[in-house]
Design a protein around this ligand. Structure first.
Ligand code: T5A
Length: 213
């Protein structure tokens, strides 16, 4: 059995990461690699309920927001991600721990080190094999999001300064962390997808060998 791998897509609001996660899952299906597509916050019943509070709850402090995100992740890891990896699946996840570092650690200014410690408790130390940041300017992401979904949630309404801090945090973390890669998200989805496949084949030749020709 091939080892399971956790591949995560990240990016600012509207960057196209959900599109890329779905395209990768579809490609894995076409080439016959067992996989599971999931998202955060969410992925399990309880985590989806927590997601709804995070995105639409009233009077949520930033500390509560952080702990809700991590509570959802703790459930997601134990109920879905870990079992899927143990079954040898590729888990494709739309957002994971880099979101918490960027949004809560830097965007909400709760601090990267504090978030890392709490995140390690929530995940039991399960880190992605690769995190792909779909990189677009925040204005491009916001325009895409507004076109696809006119209503906004609590975090999307957090303001320009917050979202610029998040975008900068993604770039900084990508430059520092070996298992984080930036992919240019500005071309059409098919071109971004090709870049993602190239990256995966370069990183994990044993998992994605000659199946794409
Ligand atoms: N959050 C989450 C935290 O604060 N901390 C955490 O730890 C975690 C896990 C989750 C929210 O929770 C926060 C962050 C978020 O605010 P979400 O559903 O992931 O919410 O949020 P969004 O980022 O807002 O997701 P969206 O679905 O709005 O945006 P995506 O996924 O970036 O973009 P996507 O793929 O849905 O595409 C948006 C539109 O653009 C088009 C698509 O067709 C779609 O219409 N598009 C493109 N157009 C042109 N060129 C491309 N390459 C395109 N790719 C997609």
């Amino acid at each position: 059995m091939m080892p399971g791998r956790l591949i995560v897509f990240e990016g600012v609001e509207g960057s196209g990461k959900t599109t890329q996660a779905a395209m990768l899952a579809q490609w894995l299906g076409q080439v016959g690699i067992p996989h599971r597509l999931t998202r955060e916050p969410g992925g399990t019943d309880v985590a989806e309920q927590i997601r709804s509070v995070i995105l639409h709850g009233d009077d949520i402090t930033i500390e509560t927001e952080l702990l809700l995100v991590l509570a959802a992740r703790a459930a997601h890891v134990r109920e879905l991600i870990q079992p899927s990896l143990e079954a040898g699946q590729i888990v494709v996840c739309d957002r994971y721990e880099l979101s918490t570092l960027a949004y809560q650690g830097v965007g909400r200014e709760l601090g990267l080190e504090r978030v890392r410690v709490l995140n390690d408790f929530a995940t039991g130390g399960l880190h992605p094999d690769l995190t792909i940041v779909v990189d677009v300017p925040t204005a491009v992401g916001e325009a895409r999001r507004a076109r696809s979904r006119p209503s906004s949630d609590r975090i999307e309404r957090a303001g320009d300064a917050f979202h610029h801090r998040v975008a900068e945090a993604y770039r900084l973390l990508a430059s520092q962390e070996e298992a984080v890669e930036l992919v240019d998200g500005t071309p059409a989805p098919a071109f971004v997808h090709e870049a993602v496949i190239r990256l995966l084949r370069a990183r994990f030749s044993e998992t994605f060998p000659s199946i794409t020709g």
